[in-house]
Design a binder for this molecule. Structure first.
Ligand SMILES: NC(=O)c1ccc[n+]([C@@H]2O[C@H](COP(=O)([O-])OP(=O)(O)OC[C@H]3O[C@@H](n4cnc5c(N)ncnc54)[C@H](OP(=O)(O)O)[C@@H]3O)[C@@H](O)[C@H]2O)c1
Length: 331
């Protein structure tokens, strides 16, 4: 089969190579999937550079989420919680080093979930990491309530666009921060009530004005750096800041005295840990997301569908912040 592989760490455009490799076969408890669609995520670039929180052995195939058709089951795989069956359309996280930017991928049966019927292959792949992260961040970690104000950074991006839709579905007023007028249009189309172009406006002033000085109840921050630091200036009493990522490249150092005097919480979020610590909650979140998709209350924004040959360029563009929603690779 054809698969992208990384033999040494570096910039995605330089180190990702499209190669012909033997077809994988599923071991005990695993399923073999024909990849129908694979979402491009910011962490794909970090994985290529060797800067992600996990470092798969070299060579590895990037691509961390997919929608696929089950083509074979390893021993005992049909006993997995999702009880996958040959021919079924499923979604799930890929199991690196055997990632999703390939024609086939082997994943643990325990991780696969039924693909929502309301979504096509690309949308179904994109419903996974961004929306699960949004669900756990907003509901489990921050306990977002109807009527609260939610501030979302990188609101037109992959995880940000999911948080905007999930925030609206939860009855929050959503303020989205984006870089540039094109992304501002995207965030508005996604349903954000107020959109701030961070290149032209100060989001702190906008949040204060929109909340009559009270500040945002919940901040969803996949960017870090200044986005985090300035958020502490406009988070409200008993507000919750969900630390989702550092796409801006800077890991902020929080001032705990400031958290104390303003009574706000700083909540770390690593969604992947829930797949092992609480898989029942992951399945529950998937069922809720499937329901919201069926109701038309969430719909992943797939901005581009690129062929397998376009994966390395797509990873580079996502890493450069040049994309909106999800770019999806269709092998
Ligand atoms: N905690 C978790 O469990 C979890 C799960 C999934 C993803 N993440 C993290 O969430 C973040 C977003 O991932 P994603 O795949 O959805 O990517 P993405 O949001 O589609 O892309 C990153 C966005 O960050 C913004 N940005 C701000 N400064 C940037 C800079 N210097 N360089 C590049 N982008 C910059 C850009 O939006 P604007 O131009 O609009 O600002 C850009 O579009 C990543 O840090 C990822 O690691 C965390």
């Amino acid at each position: 089969m054809k698969a992208w592989r990384v033999h040494e760490n570096g910039e995605p455009g330089a180190v990702m190579r499209l190669e012909t490799v033997p077809d994988p076969s599923p071991g005990p408890g695993e399923v073999l999937l024909r990849v129908l669609a694979a979402g491009v995520n910011f962490p794909d670039a970090l994985l290529c550079r060797g800067q992600y929180q996990t470092r798969p052995p070299l060579p590895f195939t990037p691509g961390v989420e997919l929608c696929g058709e089950v083509v074979a089951l390893g021993e005992g795989a049909e006993e997995g919680p999702g009880r996958p069956a040959v021919g079924e359309r499923v979604i799930g996280p890929a199991a690196l080093p055997g990632g999703a930017f390939a024609e086939y991928a082997v994943v643990p049966a325990a991780g696969v979930l039924p693909a929502p019927a309301a979504l096509d292959d690309a949308e179904a792949a994109a419903l996974h990491i961004g929306y699960q992260t949004g669900w756990f961040g907003l509901h489990r970690r921050a306990a977002l309530r109807p009527g609260e104000t939610l501030l979302v950074h990188a609101a037109a991006g992959g995880v940000g666009s999911a948080a905007v839709q999930l925030g609206k579905a939860a009855g929050a007023t959503v303020i989205g921060v984006v870089g540039g007028p094109g992304k501002a249009r995207t965030a508005r189309d996604l349903g954000a009530d107020i959109v701030v172009d961070r290149r032209a406006e100060d989001f702190v002033a906008v949040v204060k004005e929109a909340t009559s000085g009270r500040g945002a109840n919940v901040v969803y921050d996949p960017v870090g750096g200044d986005a985090y630091t300035k958020s502490t200036k406009c988070v409200g009493f008993e507000g919750r800041i969900v630390v989702v990522g550092f796409a801006g490249g800077t890991v902020p150092a929080p001032a705990l005295n400031h958290a104390l005097v303003k009574n706000y919480s700083i909540l770390g979020l690593h969604w992947g840990l829930y797949t092992t610590h609480d898989p029942v909650a992951v399945r529950h979140a998937h069922d809720e997301l499937t329901h919201l998709a069926a109701e038309g209350l969430v719909k992943p924004l797939v901005s581009e569908r690129v062929p397998l040959t376009g994966a390395a360029d797509a990873v580079r563009r996502v890493s450069d912040g040049a994309t909106v929603g999800r770019v999806v690779v269709i092998p």
